[in-house]
Design a protein around this ligand. Structure first.
Ligand code: DGI
Ligand code: FE
Ligand code: FE
Ligand code: FE
Length: 188
């Protein structure tokens, strides 16, 4: 799939602001891919597509999770903000015909991360967190580390996210904890 086709398909799915965010994620992902030795066009494509399902209704997202044989049902017991990644991974195949399994993984796990992330999965997870429009507390420090250590930058983003969720007494999806534990065990 070429990038122009992906952009044309994504644009009507999103608000203007969310589309601009997706373009910034794609640009950031390209830089990270170049820096850490990943396929640059694949990273760009995954970046443009990562929030494809963001504005589907809660009802539609839940329906896809309930009827899918690959998505875990436990998602339904967590915040609906976590549903657009896994469902987006399905929809880019069924609606856009994109069959690239690595891109599916990167989109599926872009919000939570998971244990044993591939390089592309880490790049999209991190690009979504550090793209220049983001203003999370601590994001500048993560941007700095992302200049030379992909694993450590992901670990910091996960730790910040978990702190943020605990701070508002929200539940933390298991994959987010598995991602954090995995990178912590690796020594980051
Ligand atoms: O779609 P975006 O806004 O670009 O970003 P995203 O897909 O990373 O979603 C970010 C939101 O998801 C943010 O409000 C924090 C939340 N989030 C991330 N991990 C978890 C989580 N929420 C819960 N409940 N549990 C998690 O593990
Ligand atoms: Fe998202
Ligand atoms: Fe995003
Ligand atoms: Fe590293």
């Amino acid at each position: 799939m070429n990038i122009e086709f992906a952009m044309e398909k994504v644009k009507p799915q999103l608000t203007k602001e969310r589309y601009a965010h997706s373009i910034r994620v794609a640009e950031t992902a390209k830089k990270l891919a170049h820096r850490f030795g990943e396929d640059v066009s694949r990273a760009e494509l995954a970046g443009v597509l990562h929030d494809y399902a963001k504005y589907r209704s809660k009802e539609e997202l839940a329906r896809w999770i309930k009827t899918s044989s690959v998505l875990p049902k436990d998602l339904l017991h967590y915040h609906h903000e976590l549903w657009h990644g896994p469902v987006g991974a399905l929809l880019i195949e069924s609606e856009l015909g994109l069959k690239d399994k690595e891109i599916h993984g990167a989109i599926r796990y872009h919000t939570t991360g998971k244990a044993n992330m591939s390089k592309l999965e880490m790049i999209i997870f991190l690009a979504d967190y550090i793209e220049p429009g983001r203003k999370f507390p601590g994001v500048d420090e993560v941007r700095k580390i992302a200049e030379n250590d992909l694993h450590k930058a992901c670990w910091m983003a996960l730790a910040n996210t978990i702190r943020f969720l605990i701070g508002k007494q929200a539940t933390v999806y298991p994959d987010t904890l598995y991602a954090y534990n995995d990178l912590t065990r690796l020594g980051y």
